[in-house]
Design a protein around this ligand. Structure first.
Ligand code: KG4
Ligand code: ZN
Length: 364
């Protein structure tokens, strides 16, 4: 393969404004630049992402991210083969800011425009980082997403199940809030859990008694709230040990449910008899060592390779959007100036929409 494709990607669907340049040459993908400007400080006082604040910040920053990404790549806009942009799903104001910017760039430089599904960006990342062949099993676990997918092609995704309410990262963040820990909650809860006894409190294992791979995490947060209030009523407050035990019990429940559902998803995937079976993960929650260990144990048991892209490419970024753009571009799939920004955009159009929409917007 000798083709060279260089694509500028833009991402603005949640609380990260990002731009990146990715090049495919001779079958090798290289990230020439990847710029991510987070918005944590802007939303810190509100306990979650405020869509209007996010949209305004994206509109102010996305073109600066593009400038920085092109400069870091050492290439002018006209050296691109196309401009790829997240066209959904996500917070609509942010998605619009990115799509408008990408349209302006594409029109100005006479380049093709490629609309990318944000979830496809996450799901295709292991091909950018590890050169995975189709089909592979993917678990997306972040603050906004949670689903099991069989990825069979750049535009061929089949969803085996997903969360019907909160995403796991959201549940970690809410747990942290309930226990007075700082945001984002995932790393804080994981740290506290290290000193904790996961067996002291009984946390439920939601939806395990139902067949299939759908998940639910909002009940875990309610269980934690009850346990916390019980302790406060009994002793007037929480000790560090109480906090650690609550975090450990909660984390164990999330890890256990994800591992058990991964086992079910793997069974459905292995029925396709893939030549080189793989479970890949993406999303910030994949950073959690206990959750990772649970998934790795399932993989070892079922003879699947476990692939986790570097964390900076697991969390929201634009390199994944540029890469997904390259995948679409190679198929000859480009969009026109009528490309729409979509708040909801399920990857698998054959599956019914998952109910639920958390603080980070629509799940799919
Ligand atoms: O993928 P991501 O950066 O952003 C989106 O949600 O789009 O994921 C962020 C989420 C947050 O909810 C954060 O609390 C969670 O991932 N997270 C973790 C850990 N590190 C980040 N959750 C559990 N354990 C961790 N170590
Ligand atoms: Zn994401």
């Amino acid at each position: 393969m000798t083709e060279t494709i260089t694509i500028l990607g833009l991402e603005s669907s949640c609380d990260d404004s990002a731009a990146a340049v990715v090049r495919l040459r001779g079958g090798e993908a290289v990230i020439l630049s990847s710029v991510v400007q987070g918005q944590n400080a802007l939303h810190a006082d509100f306990g979650g992402v405020v869509p209007e604040i996010a949209a305004r910040a994206h509109a102010e920053r996305i073109d600066l991210c593009v400038e920085e990404a092109l400069e870091a790549a050492g290439l002018p806009l006209r050296a691109m083969d196309a401009v790829a942009v997240t066209a959904g799903p996500g917070l609509i104001g942010g998605v619009l800011a990115g799509v408008m910017c990408a349209k302006g760039l594409a029109a100005g430089a006479g380049l093709p425009l490629i609309g990318v599904n944000h979830l496809a960006g996450h799901a295709l990342t292991p091909r950018l980082t590890d050169g995975l062949a189709f089909p592979y099993l993917m678990l997306l676990v972040s603050g906004g997403h949670c689903q099991f997918l069989i990825v069979s092609g750049p535009e061929d995704f089949s969803r085996l199940g997903g969360t019907i309410d909160d995403a796991p990262g959201e549940a970690f963040d809410k747990t942290a809030r309930l226990l007075g820990l700082t945001q984002p909650g995932g790393p804080e809860v994981e740290r506290a859990a290290q000193a904790g006894d996961a067996a002291r409190f009984a946390f439920p294992r939601p939806l395990l008694n139902r067949p299939g791979c759908d998940l639910s995490f909002s009940g875990l947060k309610t269980a934690l709230l009850r346990l916390r209030d019980g302790l406060v009523a009994e002793k007037g407050g929480l000790t560090a040990a109480d906090r650690a035990d609550l975090c450990a019990g909660f984390q164990e429940a999330v890890a256990d449910v994800l591992a058990q559902k991964a086992r079910r998803a793997a069974a459905a995937y292995l029925a396709m008899a893939p030549a080189a079976p793989v479970l890949a993960v993406a999303g910030g929650v994949a950073a959690n060592a206990r959750i990772r260990a649970g998934l790795q144990a399932v993989c070892a048991d079922l003879d699947l390779r476990f692939v986790a892209p570097p964390l900076a490419l697991c969390t929201d970024n634009a390199a994944m959007i540029a890469w997904a753009g390259i995948e679409r571009f190679r198929l000859g799939h480009v969009d026109g100036m009528d490309l729409a920004a979509r708040p909801r955009w399920p990857l698998d159009q054959t599956q019914p929409a998952l109910i639920g929409s958390g603080k980070r917007g629509a799940k799919a």
